[in-house]
Design a protein around this ligand. Structure first.
Ligand SMILES: Nc1ncnc2c1ncn2[C@@H]1O[C@H](COP(=O)(O)OP(=O)(O)OP(=O)(O)O)[C@@H](O)[C@H]1O
Ligand SMILES: [Zn+2]
Length: 707
């Protein structure tokens, strides 16, 4: 351990390193590298937390893990492996989620610095809030393929992780998924929904049946086209007859929408007969769509497929070989074979659960992935969309960007160098650094920011009196959905209490059972209407937020709510078209969903001007080094855009109200809970079908299939 040798590190730094206590959150691609670097640099007081166990697919880049560790706790194995570098180090491992209430503000306060090496927004947001509250510097890092990023988050000095808006999840209108797919991704999303309908947790917005209430399909009946109207009636009659014949597995609701009556039960009653299920999804439903003739006036009509025609001899009993050909684009017949085999395996696994639980779709689960790849491709074939290989579908379905071990290593290296500066309070040396694949004009692949972006005065986390405006259809959103979708998934709270500001009445209580009677009620029924101000308080995060309700009547395909931090976004559409004043060199950082920064195109009302250091072409030809840009001629300019939420003292953090009761944990290894993976940050749009959050900053990724 060279760093322990006198003279390798400057004496003062060596002292800091010896005395400091650090927390590493995440023992994945970056986390393993960080831990190794910390131990080799001479740190001896380290705690590491990770909720996951080691997967085979981690081994190509998470070098603290080996084959014999598969299935074991990442945090514990990382600790054991790192101890081999320095047996004298005191490393505490927690196999747990950092969002667990066991790790409150007092837990975070123990550390001199926290390094986050996470892969999802929800956990990052949480660690951000805890570090702000505990006033502990946070080194936040992430990689996405060849791109890496390290930044310091320090209360009052820098932006926090939530100061800038994240890229929104890509969403698709339900009728595109259900009726008129035009891209492979539409068919992949549909296939994932089909998996959930049959075996997973059923989600209301994930219907896969034809959507007869599609406004485009209804135009003919509502318009003057009498022939089409007759045709539709005829079709409805036929559909009714078909359905009666078909054991009434479908019916129409008041909107004429085709509702699948317990597809899951029907499939079970059919004994998961591949022939019947295949024909239902890829023939009957497609024929139903064809009868919605309006849809096919200006697009190519789908062509249904039939099980017997494709596989006259039935499905082969073993499609394992086929399913292993990850890079081959299967023919539609091959897809049918794979479908049948995956269906057999999944139904067996599902039946074993005896109704006590459901399956969870996972890209690394062979039959689950096979099922989605096969179904997506059959649907693509029907709609004349390009079919994809299993490998490509896996990457699209799991939003996978290849994880590059080298990027993780570089990023982890920079993180620990930043820790050195933090410990010495050399803040000016802690500006964000970006790793990029291509050299910029100065021959740099590692580029440092010019200065610290100032905290966003409208940030709903680190501003002194955080507030947001919430555009929401109060007539359609229930209290339970408000808690789950808005407060927990979107605003990232853990255990919120919600009250009406003017009356103090409690709508949601964090205490079990206290407000259950409200859960099914619509906001409007609870008098939560336009203009009402709600106070939300998350005791665990020590976080209070005012929510100003702005009601709107959502159209059928509209999102039901949207968080708005800038009142200018609330302008009527016509007004909104007026171009914004041009801000030169807009470099407001906007973090992509994966944690790396993206160029801002619709940033927050606060903007700043800075030297665009990220990828800059100029004639300088320095070497590839981290460059601390010393120029300070780019002063920070907070734009004139203001709103009523703007606060006077942006640097002041939410004042502490309640002490955290969590005591420090002293055991060397604390195995607390095997919590399941945290839900990724939820959608800000809840009506549309969403893609999963683009994978994490750190990796989330596989270069090759080794499963
Ligand atoms: N809430 C959380 N608490 C603790 N650890 C977390 C939490 N959320 C994510 N992590 C951990 O952060 C790490 C991120 O590492 P990485 O991005 O390399 O992901 P991975 O799961 O190892 O790889 P892949 O996603 O490709 O399978 C993971 O080990 C993951 O378990
Ligand atoms: Zn902030």
């Amino acid at each position: 351990m060279a760093a322990a040798i006198d003279g390798v590190l400057p004496a003062t730094l060596q002292e800091f390193v010896k005395k400091s206590k650090v927390l590493v959150v995440g023992a994945g691609g970056i986390g393993c590298e960080v831990l190794k670097n910390l131990v080799l640099s001479g740190f001896t007081e380290i705690e590491i937390i990770d909720l996951d166990t080691i997967d085979l697919s981690n081994l190509n880049r998470q070098f603290l893990f080996h084959r014999e560790h598969v299935g074991k706790s990442k945090a514990r194995v990382a600790r054991e492996s790192a101890l081999s570098f320095n047996p004298d180090a005191k490393i505490t491992a927690y196999h747990d989620s950092v969002t667990s209430t066991d790790y409150g503000v007092n837990f975070f306060k123990k550390f001199d610095v926290v390094l986050s090496a996470l892969d999802n927004r929800a956990a990052r947001n949480h660690v951000n809030r805890m570090c702000l509250n505990a006033d502990v510097p946070l080194i936040e890092s992430g990689t996405s393929g060849y791109n890496g990023q390290v930044e310091l988050i320090k209360r009052g000095l820098t932006q926090c992780y939530e100061c800038t808006p994240k890229e929104k999840q890509r969403t698709f209108p339900g009728c595109t998924i259900r009726n008129t797919p035009s891209e492979p991704i539409h068919c992949i999303v549909w296939a994932k929904h089909l998996f959930n309908q049959l075996f997973g947790e059923s989600v209301e917005d994930e219907d896969i049946s034809p959507d007869a209430a599609d406004p485009e399909a209804l135009e003919a009946t509502e318009g003057k086209d009498k022939a089409a109207e007759d045709d539709k009636e005829k079709n409805n009659d036929k559909e009714k007859n078909d359905k009666e014949k078909d054991n009434e597995k479908d019916s129409s609701n008041s909107n004429g929408n085709v509702v699948r009556i317990n597809t899951r039960q029907w499939a079970k009653d059919c004994n998961y007969d591949a022939d019947k299920l295949f024909n239902k999804f890829f023939n009957e439903d497609i024929n139903y769509l064809l009868r919605m003739s309006n849809l096919w006036k200006s697009r190519k009509a789908p062509v249904p497929v039939q099980w017997d025609t494709l596989l006259p001899g039935g499905a082969s009993s073993d499609a394992t070989e086929l399913a292993r050909q990850h890079h081959k684009v299967w023919t539609v017949e091959e897809c049918a074979h794979v479908f049948a085999n995956a269906l057999k395996e999944l139904s067996a696994a599902f039946l074993k659960l005896e109704g006590s639980d459901t399956l969870v779709w996972d890209k690394d689960d062979q039959p689950a992935m096979d099922f989605v790849a096969a179904c997506a491709n059959v649907r693509s074939h029907i709609f004349d969309i390009e079919r994809k290989s299993r490998f490509e579908i896996k990457s699209m379905a799991g939003n996978i960007i290849p994880a590059i071990a080298t990027t993780n290593a570089i990023t982890a290296g920079i993180s620990v160098i930043r820790v050195f500066s933090v410990l010495q309070a050399r803040w000016e040396q802690c500006k964000a650094v970006y790793a990029r694949l291509r050299l910029n004009g100065r021959n740099q692949i590692l580029v440092a920011d010019a200065f610290f972006p100032p905290p966003n005065p409208n940030c709903y986390v680190c501003a002194s009196d955080p507030a947001i405006t919430l555009r929401i259809d109060t007539k359609r959103v229930q209290i339970k959905a408000f808690r789950d979708e808005v407060l927990i998934k979107t605003l990232n709270m853990v255990n919120p209490d919600l009250t009406v500001e003017s009356t103090g009445s409690i709508l949601i209580s964090s205490e079990d059972g206290e407000t259950e009677c409200n859960e099914e009620k619509l906001l409007s029924e609870m008098n939560i209407v336009d203009g009402v101000i709600l106070k939300c308080d998350d005791f665990f995060q020590n976080y209070e937020l005012s929510i100003i309700i702005a009601h709107f009547d959502a159209e059928r395909e509209d999102v039901l709510f949207e968080v708005i931090a800038d009142k200018n976004q609330l302008q009527p559409k016509e007004e909104a078209k007026i171009p914004e004043p041009v801000v030169t060199e807009p470099s407001t950082r906007k973090r992509a969903a994966n944690g790396t920064d993206a160029t801002a195109d619709d940033g927050p009302s606060t903007s700043k001007r800075s030297r665009p250091t990220e990828i800059k072409d100029d004639d300088d030809d320095e070497d590839c080094v981290v460059v601390e840009d010393e120029d300070d001629d780019f002063e920070e300019v907070v734009s004139a855009a203001t709103d009523k939420l703007t606060v006077e003292s942006p640097q002041k953090l939410v004042t502490k109200r309640k002490p955290s009761t969590i005591s420090d944990v002293d055991e060397e290894i604390t195995e607390i809970l095997d919590s399941s993976d945290e839900e990724l940050a939820g959608p800000t749009k809840c009506k549309r079908t969403k893609l999963e959050e683009p994978q994490p900053a750190t990796s989330g990724v596989e270069v090759i299939n080794i499963d």
